[in-house]
Design a protein around this ligand. Structure first.
Ligand SMILES: Nc1ncnc2c1ncn2[C@@H]1O[C@H](COP(=O)(O)OP(=O)(O)O)[C@@H](O)[C@H]1O
Ligand SMILES: [Mg+2]
Length: 539
């Protein structure tokens, strides 16, 4: 809770200050209301002035409480918004390798589950904060009317607090396990959604998946939630009871132990009764707070372990790549996929890809072609060696500028509905031309910067991905097994017309391919076997 408050505080101190001030005023005015009622009963001075003062205090209480809660609501939602955006930005500035090691299910669990757990907690935060202030104000008032009663109460409350901290350790641990189990559930859900075709086709596999994979994980999650939740239920109710016991100790004990404090008893009892509701609402909120704090820790651990925040766009060092000499050269580039005791090592690779030419990269499955492509694009960082473009060495400082020399269609490409680039008159004309050239103009239109549909065959979707790459209009094009889903006619068009067209426009083209009947179309053929390069000159 305190950690959460500090988090909030860093966001916008003036709103937090307003919330605090409002909380203090509303807490004290709440306590004052009780005191006024107590006094009216004790002294029987039900005067008009007292009634008006009471009414005024009600208004003050309302206004300050609403102001405080609204301010906190605003601050906490601001914070969640910031967290959502900063996490998304950080994901984009984190090296691909690191993201792959996290795995999409874990990242998604944090971006969705953790953030919404935290969001639902921060909705409770304003009320909880108000309650905490009410409690403090009531305690202060008690101390003022009778130090004896206050001290007895403080001793009992501290004892209760210590018991609470000890008792909640176990259920809190359960919630940590629950959170770990959530990652597993997200992984299973991903498999469920991406494997619906396979599972629907084969009911036995579907049953096995649900009964043997999904169910045990989901049941572990339920068990953890029940164990943690029931722990907190006991703690919450015993805690509330303990407060009643404290009240009893005060009411029954004080007349015997400290008769001098006895006159303050009726007022103290009234005050204590008023404190019951805030106390029990704080205790009820504990499990939610605990889970939110775990969620926040998770999100922040990710936030901290991801790189950045870097600029997503940077032109730093862009001009260094401008010279049109030297081509794209790999010097002793080595990269290792660490995979337990079965590492896959690529390189050392020494190749030169001439500019304005077409280079084919071929080789059996798993020989490291895609890995090489990711190295070439600057998405994987070479462990040894370096890459040079037009005589300039690629470094961390000019990496973004280097990447922006490329347009690529990956083998596992992703199509966005939005074009994600400004569409001016000229781009609209070019888009229409490309749609026609790629023979999908009858299927897809572009309207308001979006494709009218993505419900297309894989081959057609790949043509759209090619269109997006065309629109980017970068100096170097890379296609990873682009033609593998195309029909023979379009395949021929791709290798014998589209690629040479790009070359004639001065583009450098790198094509990963298995289509050996078109190898003669390449200016250079690089052949890969088991992570190492064999160069075959074609022409
Ligand atoms: N994300 C990854 N994590 C660990 N190992 C990987 C990863 N991607 C590829 N590999 C390893 O690298 C090898 C080559 O993969 P890849 O470059 O995709 O081959 P290709 O594109 O030639 O079929 C694979 O056989 C696998 O062992
Ligand atoms: Mg591949």
């Amino acid at each position: 809770m305190i950690k959460l408050m500090l988090q909030l505080y860093r966001q916008s101190w003036y709103l937090v200050a307003l919330a605090m001030l409002g909380g203090i005023v509303s807490g004290s005015s709440g306590a004052a209301l009780v005191a006024m009622i107590g006094q009216a009963i004790e002294r029987r001075d039900a005067t008009l002035t007292a009634a008006l003062a009471f009414g005024g205090m009600c208004l003050l209480h309302l206004v300050s409480k609403v102001a405080s809660e609204l301010a906190l609501l605003r601050v906490s939602q601001d914070m969640i918004l910031k967290l959502r955006i900063s996490l998304s930005q950080k994901v984009l500035s984190t090296p691909l390798k690191k993201l792959q090691s996290y795995g999409p299910a874990r990242l998604l669990a944090i971006l969705t589950d953790d953030l919404s757990t935290f969001a639902s907690c921060s909705q409770m935060l304003p009320v909880l904060f108000g309650n905490a202030v009410v409690l403090l104000a009531c305690l202060a008032y008690l101390a003022w009317i009778s130090v004896g009663i206050f001290l007895v109460l403080v001793v009992l409350l501290v004892a209760g607090g210590v018991l609470f901290v000890v008792a909640q350790r176990k259920p809190a641990l359960q919630f940590v396990r629950v959170r770990e189990q959530t990652d597993v559930l997200f992984r299973d859900y991903r498999n469920l959604l991406e494997g619906t075709k396979e599972l629907q086709l084969d009911p036995k596999r579907a049953r096995h998946f649900v009964n043997e994979v999904l169910q045990p994980g989901a049941a572990r999650l339920r068990n953890g939630l029940i164990a943690g939740g029931s722990g907190y239920t006991w703690i919450g109710n015993l805690g509330s009871l303990q407060f009643f016991i404290a009240l009893g100790v005060v009411v029954f004990g004080i007349p015997h132990w400290a008769p001098s404090s006895a006159p303050a008893l009726p007022m103290a009892a009234l005050m204590l009764l008023y404190m019951v509701e805030p106390i029990s609402s704080l205790l009820t909120a504990m499990p939610t707070l605990q889970r939110a704090s775990i969620a926040l820790n998770n999100a922040q651990a990710l936030d901290g372990s991801l790189d950045g925040p870097h600029e997503l766009v940077s032109d730093a060092g862009a001009s260094t790549f401008d010279g049109n000499v030297g081509g794209l050269v790999l010097h002793n580039v080595r990269y290792v996929h660490h995979d337990g005791d079965r590492d896959f090592s690529v390189g050392p690779i020494n190749i030169s890809i001439p500019l304005g030419k077409i280079t084919y990269i071929a080789g059996p499955n798993g020989s490291g072609k895609t890995t090489l492509a990711l190295l070439l694009l600057g998405l994987y960082a070479a462990e040894e060696g370096h890459i040079e473009l037009n005589g300039a060495v690629v470094t961390q400082a000019n990496l973004l500028a280097y990447r922006s020399q490329f347009a690529a269609v990956f083998a596992d490409f992703h199509l966005f509905e939005q074009l994600l680039s400004p569409i001016d008159e000229d781009a609209a004309v070019r888009t229409q031309r490309y749609l026609e050239r790629l023979e999908i103009a009858h299927k897809v239109k572009v309207k308001d910067g979006r494709f009218s549909t993505l419900a297309l065959s894989t081959g057609q979707r790949k043509r759209l991905a090619l269109l997006v790459a065309y629109l980017e209009d970068r100096p170097i094009y890379l296609f990873d097994e682009w033609a593998s889903d195309q029909d023979p006619v379009f395949k021929r068009l791709f290798y014998t017309e589209l690629l040479p067209d790009l070359r004639s426009r001065g583009k450098t083209v790198i094509v990963i391919t298995h289509d050996d009947q078109y190898f003669d179309q390449a200016d250079q053929l690089l052949y890969f076997v088991d992570g190492n390069m064999r160069i075959k000159e074609i022409s």
